[in-house]
Design a protein around this ligand. Sequence first.
Ligand code: ATP
Length: 451
Amino acid sequence: MASASKRVGKYDLLAVIGQGSFGTVRKAIDTETGLTWAIKIVEKAKLQEDHGVEQLKKEIALMKLLKHENIVQLREVMQSQHYVYMVMELVSGGELFDKIVSSRKLKESVARKYFQQLIMGVAACHQNGVAHRDLKPENLLLDENDVIKISDFGLSNWMPKTGEALLVTPCGTANYVAPEVLKERGYNGCVADIWSCGVILFVMLAGYRPFEDKNMNALFNKIERGEYSMDRSFTPLAQDLISKILVVEPSQRYTIAQILQHPWFVIDFDINRTRALAAALPAPTQDQVDHAIAPGTSPAMGSSLTPPTQNLAPPAAPTGPIKLDAFDIVNKLTLGILTPLSSQQDPAANKGLVRRVLVRATIDEVSIVLERLLGMPPTRAPAPAANELKGFTNGATGLVTFGISFTATTAPGIYLMECRRGRGDFLEFQSLIDKLLAAMQGQLVSVDAPH
Ligand code: ATP
């Protein structure tokens, strides 16, 4: 099927490398630079049927928006009288699906690497308000360096900023689709994407799908009931992560922030390596920074004296300086990132909004470390929140603001440090706090310390 005879703009079209429902994908060479690309050639006549024009416009808009190393990049779009040409980066390592089929199942370390890349790509989509809605191994391409690129945004949809309005069109390949999508009562596409990631993880590790049945109705019933069995070869940690993703009730399902903190996921993972490519935003004004942490969310006002089981009760306002005893500290820490396996209770921790750490360092000492990291001193909040630092950083994805509060414990010199994200990318926030903690190595007290 190879053909070098056709020319589109400055590109020579070469062999056909794929066939989609709307058109053909060909390898192409830029005659000016000699670089190779993939060009998706869509026949306009086909688009007239099935609302294809809208679909394609959406796909192009989304691909232009999403600049991430784990998402197929769109270079340019051209058109002739009869065709639309989408010039994309050439992803030449084939589909993840074929890799799983040829190796029967993947080694845990390989599956983990792909899953980490998948989650980073999906996180980038979601941060841009885009749900993919058709995640499956066939839509995950591998480049020559064995890096995953999410492709096929044909079914994707914008998510409303608030995340409140729900999608109503059931989409995606049945085996990978979340139960709430099948129920056709409206669903949050981003939360449904996470289910699909869980199915993909299962498939990579097991070599078969968790939900399978020749009969469509029976398949749907299994998915809606979350009826599947773990493969005997799964390690306990892998099982734990899968069981927290394949949760039928969307509100109980693991979030991306939780996945990022799961002990199975974090092995060999370097969050700083995987960054979005978006240009940094202009520096924020002091006003923006001051208003970034919403009133009433002061960490000092948090549920410090509230045991996990009563976590939904409104926090009591402190009447004087709080001193946490060992019991309070354990409660707080077990609500936060340090013990992700048990961090179901705290909505802020679950959304990646808060990190809690026990430190042997004063607010002034941490302020100095932050100044070194950020190149400027954080702001010290005025009384009554004088135990709080506020700051910001301009990361790859834009402005990230944060607040860090210090609560004395009954152990002399030891403080509970609570780091809260104000606004901005949670990955940038996590990365900043990681750097802060790395710089404070000698001053961190482990969660087991307050016996
Ligand atoms: P749909 O039919 O829903 O449009 P699809 O994934 O089958 O989805 P295309 O996006 O047109 O259709 O892709 C067809 C095939 O071409 C893919 O399965 C993939 O193997 C290959 N392909 C697509 N994009 C690239 C790319 N950038 N680099 C290399 N191969 C690609």
